[in-house]
Design a protein around this ligand. Structure first.
Ligand code: URA
Length: 447
């Protein structure tokens, strides 16, 4: 086979066969197809898409580019959650230990930062010593012993996604339904789960900004998982403002620790508790999502979720003393404040742009070999609808690079809209998608 012919076929709107995908991805992983040819292929997919059949073949070939883990000897229904990517999306850090503390085993394979969105792996690796590169054997041992494991794609598990994900991050080829679906579902089907909860983001800070595209992505993800014999539900959640207050790596770990210790940040904890409740329900520990949500709350309030987080950090080599005494952590060299130039109410955020600015501070990558600055980030002080006075603090910006901090401060002020009238707040969770269709969602009150 010839990589140029496969690129041309996709460029001209053709559909690749299983044999062609297998050859292309195997050759790419082995180094026979270089990044520049894969980039051209990915851009052709971005513009021409894939048929449904092609998307499932692509996912299956990605899945079998490495080991497919079998966890059937480990008791319990294994359930994971994956997000399509957002700004300030630290849900996994709170949710995984919370659900594991409810007795549902959570094997989680996460990604790094992608485009303007942050990645769970980069956040976890900001904890000194934390290892996300476990071998398959270590992965099995940790989930069996702790009921939770947090790793990334490795040379053994979905190596095709690992390599392609890093390439998509820096080639403007993230926002494609078949590429996102293949990337997420290959990782999820490789990790040995029985069921999956998906957080499909919609709005300015999501990869799919139009609601109809979000619904199409959610349906594609649910269909791939269901056809593979897994129970899958997806929630369509708003990404019109960063989730919680922090955007970065260490700052997001710290905000997650606060929530695990009982702090209630309404948007972050609503999404975390609903997704967690659905996982506990799919895991067979609760008769409904509402009961699962109540169990998740109790895991937080009792301190069990936080203890589980400390346990997994320790088990994967992380130094928990930095979580318990954050003042010991390296301080960012430069911190600047952004104050409001006018009074009124926060009317909206340019969320995608804020994600890009965090990347420019060093919280994400602009080139594949960029090194993350764990302390770089933005801490917002307000959410949509909050009253603001002229001169009041809107955000703090921090990083090692002085020039980036100053530039981002100036740009950030244009990303926060102040209105004279308080805006109407839209629901944070818009719908739930199951294999039989899209259903409206209203978050139930706690039981
Ligand atoms: N998360 C992934 O793992 N892959 C994508 O392509 C987008 C979000």
């Amino acid at each position: 086979m010839n990589p140029v012919e496969l690129i041309r076929k996709k460029r001209n709107g053709g559909a690749l066969s299983r044999q062609e995908f297998t050859w292309l991805l195997d050759s790419y992983v082995a180094g026979g197809v270089p990044d520049y040819q894969m980039s051209a292929f990915l851009m052709a997919v971005y513009f021409n898409g894939m048929t449904d059949e092609e998307t499932s073949t692509f996912t299956d070939v990605m899945l079998h580019s490495g080991v497919v883990v079998d966890l059937s000897d480990i008791p319990g229904v294994k359930v994971d959650k994956h997000s399509t990517g957002g700004v300030g999306d630290k849900v996994s850090l709170i949710l995984a230990p919370m659900v594991a503390a409810c007795g549902v085993p959570v094997p989680m394979i996460s990604g790094r930062g992608l485009g303007h969105t942050g990645g769970t792996l980069d956040k976890l690796e900001s904890i000194p010593g934390f290892r996300t590169d476990l071998t398959v054997e270590e992965y099995r041992r940790v989930i069996a012993e702790v009921g939770l494991v947090l790793i990334g794609q490795t040379a053994e598990i979905t190596p095709a996604d690992r390599k392609m994900y890093a390439l998509r991050d820096v080639t403007g080829t993230v926002e494609s339904i078949p590429l996102i679906a293949g990337s997420i579902m290959s990782k999820k089907l490789a990790e040995g789960i029985d069921a999956l909860v998906l957080d499909v983001k919609t709005g300015d800070g999501a990869f799919m900004q139009k609601y109809d595209d979000t619904v199409a992505l959610a349906k594609a993800l649910v269909a791939i998982g269901t056809n593979a014999g897994k129970r899958v539900v997806a929630f369509l959640t708003e990404m019109d403002q960063p989730l919680g207050f922090t955007i970065g790596n260490w700052v997001e770990v710290m905000e997650s620790v606060d929530c695990l210790r009982g702090k209630v940040i309404p948007d972050l904890m609503e999404v975390t508790t609903v997704l967690g409740g659905a996982m506990v329900w799919l895991g067979g520990r609760a008769e409904s999502i509402a009961v699962g949500m109540a169990m998740c709350h109790s895991a937080i309030w009792s301190g069990r979720a936080y203890q589980k987080f400390l346990e997994i950090v320790r088990r994967q080599g992380g130094d928990t003393s930095y979580l318990e005494q954050p003042e010991r952590y390296r301080k960012p060299r430069h911190v600047v404040r952004l104050e409001s130039g006018s009074g009124g109410f926060v009317g909206g955020f340019a969320t995608r742009r804020i994600g890009v600015l965090a990347t420019e501070l060093g919280a994400g990558r602009q080139k594949a070999d960029d090194v993350i600055d764990a302390t770089a980030g933005i801490v917002l002080k307000k959410k949509i609808g909050d009253p603001v006075q002229r001169g009041e603090l809107l955000a703090e910006i921090m990083a090692e690079k002085a020039d980036a901090v100053a530039r981002v401060r100036d740009e950030l002020s244009a990303c926060i809209r102040i209105d004279a009238v308080r805006p109407v707040l839209p629901p944070r969770i818009r719908a739930m998608v199951e294999s039989d269709g899209v259903k409206s969602w209203v978050t139930p009150p706690l039981i």
